[in-house]
Design a protein around this ligand. Structure first.
Ligand code: LLP
Length: 384
């Protein structure tokens, strides 16, 4: 795929900003739709990855639902036109107002993580004379082999109901008049690039489902979460993740009961490659051994490198000169405000435009105003 940046147009815009390739987004969503529909799988977009309205419009137009993890996300999903019947609400610490909001708006399902949470939902539902569908988020103790900050499915993580606690939880539900057990929910982590990890998940889900069946409980929905990774190193060679292989894994290894629905909550894989952070070189500074390219974007605009030591490919859009070695750093008063160390880039100069690639997921949405900076703006390939 060709480098998708219209430099002349981008140069007219005040940096830093996010730039979204809407054509690539559409292509990606098309593949997700085609590959998931082959098996009748239902996809919810994990809105936490990026809640930019233009992206949400595109995602909604493909008929996907939304996975939310806060009342604010539920509000945003409703405001941007997603149907309540396509909204699921997860999260380890839902406040009472958030539960009320979900119940009042008749969202489709709460993914629940503890007995105390079930009790609160049951109480609020009773006060509104409603019966609420819940899926139990179960911690399957499967290692996602990804960064420890984004691993969620191990017993040492705070997420989900532990397997040794299942009987207590199902017994508690039997006593709750305003709760209906609809499904089982799993999510083991994010940026998973080895598809075999999902096979491990399927095997554990089958075992856990067998236990439910032995208790005469037949979940109507199996929600296997999200987590499919993307290629941060070669965004142009692999702009669209291997959705065919991913969904096939579940088709092959997950035991699905008659009339059971299989749900997915994909975030990063839908939007990451469509977004880049565009920034301008302010200064080239020669250190003792290191040459710094100081750019006008900072960790406030894209925190992933500082927070997870995440790699994002950086390109100089303005120069084709022979390469030199740079640390690319931002203007924020923190040493961790660094987008990449010892990178080989075409010889760079003040005013050059850089693209920090694969930033469409967990980029714009995680921006902050530290140092009283403005939040980054967004521009779109179909309207600049
Ligand atoms: N479902 C649940 C319950 C989740 O916790 C997450 C992500 C997803 C679905 C979507 O996962 P995805 O398909 O995007 O991998 N800020 C981090 C990622 C945090 C992911 C949190 N949970 C990053 O920038 O890498």
């Amino acid at each position: 795929m060709n480098n998708p940046f219209p430099l002349e147009k981008l140069q007219k815009i005040q940096t830093p900003f996010y730039y979204y390739d809407m054509g690539l987004l559409e292509q990606t969503l098309n593949v997700v739709k085609t590959e998931s529909q082959k098996y009748g799988f239902v996809v919810h977009y994990a809105i936490k990855a990026n809640a930019n309205l233009r992206l949400l419009e595109a995602i909604r137009s493909f008929g996907f639902g939304v996975d939310c993890v806060s009342g604010y996300e539920v509000k945003k999903a409703l405001e941007s036109g997603f149907k309540p019947s396509g909204i699921v609400f997860a999260g380890v610490g839902k406040s009472d107002w958030e539960i009320e909001l979900g119940i009042e708006n008749d969202i489709s399902c709460f993914n629940v993580e503890s007995v105390p949470e079930l009790e609160v939902i049951n109480e609020i539902a009773a006060s509104k004379n409603k019966t609420i569908s819940v899926a139990l988020r179960i911690n399957p103790n499967v290692n996602a082999h990804t960064h420890h900050y984004i691993t969620t499915g191990l017993e040492e993580n705070k997420f989900g109901i532990y397997q040794w606690d299942l009987e207590r939880v199902t017994n508690a539900i039997k006593e709750m008049k305003n709760i209906r057990l609809e499904g089982l929910h799993f999510h083991i982590g994010s940026q998973i690039t080895d598809l075999d990890t999902f096979k491990d998940l399927c095997i554990r889900v089958n075992e856990i489902q067998d236990w439910f069946i032995s208790q005469q409980l037949f979940p109507r929905i199996i929600n296997v979460g999200g987590g499919l990774g993307i290629d941060y190193y070669q965004p142009d060679t692999n702009p669209i993740p291997d959705f065919a292989g991913y969904f096939k894994m579940f088709k092959t290894f997950l035991k699905v009961l008659p009339n059971q629905e299989v749900h997915f909550e994909l975030g990063r894989s839908l939007v990451a490659q469509s977004g880049s952070l565009i920034t301008k070189v302010l200064y080239i500074k020669e250190g003792v051994q290191t040459k710094f390219a100081i750019v006008d974007a900072g960790m406030t605009d894209l925190i992933r490198p500082a927070l997870y030591q995440a790699y994002h490919k950086i390109e100089n859009l303005s120069s084709v000169a022979p390469e030199e070695k740079y640390d690319v750093v931002g203007p924020i008063c923190e040493s961790s405000d660094c987008f990449g160390k010892a990178l080989f880039l075409p010889k760079s100069a003040r005013g050059d435009f850089f693209a920090i690639r694969s930033a469409g997921a967990y980029g714009e949405i995680m921006a902050s105003q530290y140092n009283l900076r403005e939040l980054p703006k967004a521009y779109y390939s179909d309207s600049i």
